[in-house]
Design a protein around this ligand. Sequence first.
Ligand code: IMP
Ligand code: MG
Length: 170
Amino acid sequence: MDNINILISETKIEKRLNELAKQIMKDYGEEDLVFVGVLKGAATFMIELAKRIKNSVEFEFIQAKSYEGTESTGKIEITQDLSGSIEGKNVIIIEDIIDTGRTLEYLMRYLTFHNPKSIKLCTLLSKPSRRLIDLKVDYVGFSIPDEFVIGFGLDYNQKYRNLPYIGVLK
Ligand code: IMP
Ligand code: MG
């Protein structure tokens, strides 16, 4: 087995999921919601968060690819689009991690173009020290230092997504 340091335990994640769910329920009252999960990394977080919310929560997914090695240009392309309509609905974009902020800035603009009633951002993790774009993030699970993390949906070369905790590869 590879050497992995646990950064955020399963227990801590579960506690934070409960807090985020409570906050979302408080903010939206009886309103219906649509979660738009950013594939693939946000899938675990989205499902675990949605299970804790009593409102009606529709699921949509979107996938975006940012061109490797072109961090300076930051070109982003949608590789899998929504399957249903978000028009007139309360959208919460669900992301695994915000690093530079480029992916979410792009997705925010793209989804706003589809005329939702409201749109907010929710991320499990944030690396504030890496941010290049000033984004208003409504819900943040944990702010973490600039380390490459895996688990709870996050991968390294498509591996480790199924770990129940957030870890750092050694
Ligand atoms: P951004 O556009 O720079 O904010 O990129 C965020 C995306 O980069 C995330 O959705 C992840 O897919 C990926 N990413 C950034 N940091 C990490 C990490 O530490 N582990 C795994 N994926 C990461
Ligand atoms: Mg991602």
